[in-house]
Design a protein around this ligand. Structure first.
Ligand SMILES: [Zn+2]
Length: 289
């Protein structure tokens, strides 16, 4: 499935699809297990860092297996920063790519993103762009600082019209890699961005956003929610716990198994929150619960 197909239904019906960052095989399995259990469409995404760690051929092959699940699965490149990586992902069968030109000037971001959109189209895939800046939690950010980084609706409309992106990542108050849920989204801005652009919006840095604010952002027009840190906390927390509880265990399956289950539980909880549980349509196996 392409991102465009999956997000169209979400945008029309007012829910969001979870886009979960995978770092290894256990993540992919946990994410897909959760999607099947929740009968939810799902986006499995890999960052350039995850691709460097796993190897593109491995993650693409695992993605092909994931795509055989009985729910819609999108295989997506998260935060593509260079065209060569975008091209390699498309060749390897990714059904969606993000190009993150948020650090570039507006004109250059438009130019490179438009090129990525053309590449994605010719591969039968979708493309996500980014405008505005979602910073990382390497320090504290004041509300005023975050506001200055936020996406301007008028500029976003021009960006979408000139690039043809299928979805737009926007800066609306979230911060990447936060370990606790403390941020509030500028929901009014989400509504204005949705009206101005007409495309489904993408929220990065969702792990640091309160549940209430996340739900409000989805209602206002966010249709793809990226989730990385919440899964990392679940995975490494369960792994550490397993190692502490069984210090003499040398079977990696006994240690990684609980971590995989923790990823599945964390992903399923986000799917319910985003309203995508039970939305898999005809491809679901009827295993929701
Ligand atoms: Zn991001």
């Amino acid at each position: 499935m392409t991102l465009r197909e999956v997000l169209q239904d979400a945008a029309r019906k007012g829910y969001a699809v979870g886009a979960f960052n995978a770092n290894n095989l256990e993540y992919v399995q946990g994410i897909v297990d959760a999607a099947e259990a929740e009968a939810a469409p799902v986006i499995v995404q890999a960052s350039p860092g995850a691709i460097a760690y796993m190897g593109l051929a491995y993650i693409a092959a695992v993605g092909q297996v994931a795509a055989r699940a009985n729910v819609p699965v999108v295989i997506h490149l998260d935060h593509g920063l260079d065209i060569a990586v975008v091209e390699r992902c498309l060749r390897e069968g990714f059904t969606s790519v993000m190009y993150d030109g948020s650090a570039l000037g507006f004109e250059e971001n438009v130019a490179v993103t438009a090129r990525v959109v053309a590449l994605a189209r010719s591969a039968g895939a979708s493309a996500e762009g980014e405008l505005g800046r979602v910073p990382a939690a390497d320090r504290e950010w004041t509300a005023a600082e975050l506001e200055r980084l936020m996406t301007d609706p008028e500029q976003a409309a021009e960006f979408v019209a000139r690039t043809g992106v299928d979805a737009l990542a926007v800066a609306v108050g979230s911060v990447h890699r936060m370990r606790r849920q403390a941020q509030q989204i500028d929901v009014e801005r989400v509504s204005r961005l949705r009206r101005a652009t007409g495309v489904p919006l993408v929220l990065h840095g969702s792990s640091g956003v309160t549940d209430d604010s996340l739900v409000a952002a989805v209602k206002a027009g966010v249709a793809k929610v990226n989730i990385a840190t919440a899964l990392n906390l679940a995975f490494t927390g369960a792994l550490s716990q397993a190692v502490r509880s069984h210090p003499d265990e040398i079977d990696p399956r006994k240690l990684l198994g609980p971590a995989r289950e923790a990823v599945a539980r964390a992903a399923a909880a986000k799917m319910r929150l985003l309203g995508c549980s039970g939305r898999a349509g005809g491809r679901a196996g009827g295993v929701a619960g």
